[in-house]
Design a protein around this ligand. Structure first.
Ligand code: ATP
Ligand code: MG
Length: 297
């Protein structure tokens, strides 16, 4: 029987073959972005999926990797049953590139392996091999990695293999505390390219208060400058889309949250690179949305 280690050794062989045939100067730069959170259920999978689609709509080639090795979700959110997933790669039954699925929404995905607890904690060597294989998938402009909640060694491994990490939190005090916890661990692991998204806000003011607090505390105690990517409003379209097993940006193209996902994709893709523009825009939105006035302090 092929064991997990052998499966991973096959990955290395596969990767070295790719490297041998690679023409260095045509190498395209793939940007790897991990999405992580301290607390569970704060919106990682929805951000990963909709951000991946929004980037694809900007004509980018995107791979979405469901790296929640315990409780995979992305395929459920898309209403698809993948034939193969990461489990088959780990067990040596499939090569990495053989489990990449094209989905009708314009992105490729690698499905996670739900319910296999032996995958949930890869050992250091296996994690390194896994991550190196990921780096060989260079035809993509973006690889978006949806991680499991909290700071496991797996999550940290994925984060360290990325160009940047997006930490998502809601305004709940427990979520904010856990967000700071994961930021601290990531910074201690000497990774500092951290961006922040505040989800389920009721107003721009609320989002700004939460992000300012996390940014200030991180600066003061960890000496790290976090970048604010923006806010996602509490929006009933999102759970509706989840129930329909469709991404919200496809099911509800005009929803507020769809516009916010697209806005975040544009910032990531450097289409809006002036950070102040966001602030000015936020101010205008704040004054144009009368229902937010009650939230002014
Ligand atoms: N902006 C929002 N507005 C309304 N509901 C939301 C919003 N964001 C998330 N939710 C709700 O929270 C649920 C969980 O979201 P999601 O699965 O993306 O979280 P997660 O961080 O990936 O969870 P897990 O830690 O379990 O992987 C959604 O199915 C939806 O019902
Ligand atoms: Mg999830």
């Amino acid at each position: 029987m092929v064991d997990q280690a052998e499966g991973l050794r096959n990955l290395v062989n596969e990767q070295s073959k790719i490297e041998k045939t690679k023409i260095k100067k045509t190498r395209k730069k793939t940007k790897i972005i991990s999405i992580a959170s301290g607390k569970g259920g704060v919106g990682k999978s929805n951000l990963s999926l909709n951000l991946a689609l929004a980037l694809a709509d900007l004509e980018k080639k995107v791979l979405l990797l469901d790296a929640d090795l315990g409780l995979a979700n992305i395929n459920i959110m898309l209403g698809i049953i993948p034939k193969f997933n990461l489990y088959h790669v780990m067990k040596g039954k499939k090569k990495f590139h053989e489990i990449i699925m094209k989905v009708p929404h314009g992105i490729d995905i690698i499905a996670g392996a739900s319910g296999f607890s032996d995958l949930a904690n890869l050992d250091t060597e296996m994690r390194k091999i896994f991550i190196r294989s990921l780096n060989s998938l260079e035809k993509y402009d973006y690889i978006i990695i949806d991680t499991a909640a909290g700071v496991s060694a797996n999550v940290l491994g994925f984060v360290q293999a990325s160009n940047e990490v997006i930490i998502i939190t809601t305004p709940e005090p427990t979520a904010i505390t856990d967000a700071y916890g994961i930021i601290k661990t990531i910074v201690h692991a000497e990774f500092t390219d951290i961006r922040l998204v505040i989800n389920r806000v009721k107003s721009i003011i609320e989002g700004k208060k939460v992000s300012d607090r996390i940014i200030q505390i991180s600066k003061r105690y960890l000496d790290v400058d976090l970048k604010n990517l923006g806010y996602l409003f509490e929006d009933p379209s999102l759970p509706k889309a989840v129930r329909k097993q469709e991404p919200v940006i496809r099911a509800f193209p005009n929803a507020q949250i769809t516009k916010s996902f697209r806005h975040i994709a544009e910032i990531i893709d450097n289409r809006i690179n002036d950070k102040n523009k966001q602030t000015i825009k936020s101010f205008f939105r704040k004054f144009l949305r009368p229902k937010n006035k009650k939230n002014l302090i």
